[in-house]
Design a protein around this ligand. Structure first.
Ligand code: ATP
Ligand code: MG
Length: 181
């Protein structure tokens, strides 16, 4: 960036994600309902997503840098099969994820981490773990690890703004970029 001083002004909380279209979203939501029952507060269907890279609170300059970097990304389109159910006990997150992570998903997430670094942001040091959070504050590990796979064709990725709300975060899609093929 040209200025030595940190830029002031409003910041947006941003992340790159795969955003399911309606049919996939409905199937993910139904799977969550079947697994967790009615008494558990799940992630609202419209919020279900798979994070690729988390940017955090950024200035308009950094947002523009991220958008330009996203536009330069070349990655083939790919298929995901969401059939794995997982649970992390410390953040108490119950999630669904791909049975196998196809190489283009690793490379897309990697290219977006590189973009974060190139735009002056901190990059993730932990290994990438693709997951769709279905519910939070779940103490108990799931009884099952597999569901009937939900097929999801990945044709684009998105930049999303997260606005913290009183109940759940609300998300705004700021832009989407096509994958190749
Ligand atoms: P809330 O935090 O309001 O309960 P949320 O976690 O969905 O809701 P954000 O915290 O804005 O909303 O996160 C947006 C996405 O980025 C989520 O998928 C979240 O899991 C992921 N995320 C948040 N913080 C990080 C982080 N430090 N590293 C990696 N991914 C993150
Ligand atoms: Mg959060």
């Amino acid at each position: 960036m040209s200025s030595a001083r940190p830029e002031g002004g409003p910041r947006q909380r941003l992340f790159f994600a795969l955003w399911p279209e309606a049919a996939v979203r409905t199937r993910l939501d139904q799977a969550g309902a079947a697994l967790l029952g009615k008494r558990v507060k799940r992630v609202p269907a419209e919020n279900l997503h798979l994070t690729l890279a988390f940017a955090g609170a950024v200035t308009a300059t950094v947002r523009q840098c991220l958008q330009a970097a996203a536009a330069d990304i070349r990655c083939p389109a790919f298929e995901l099969s969401i059939g794995h159910i997982g649970h992390w006990s410390r953040p108490r997150i119950y999630w669904a994820g791909p049975v196998h992570t196809p190489p283009p998903l690793w490379s897309l997430a990697g290219m977006l981490q590189t973009a974060l670094g190139d735009c002056g942001l901190q990059t993730e040091t932990r290994p990438y773990q693709p997951h769709i959070t279905l519910a939070r504050k779940i103490q108990r590990a799931p009884d099952i690890q597999h569901i009937a796979p939900i097929d999801w064709s990945i044709r684009h990725f998105s930049l999303v703004e997260s606005v913290t709300g009183p109940r759940a975060a609300s998300y705004q899609l700021l832009g989407s970029w096509e994958l190749e093929g």
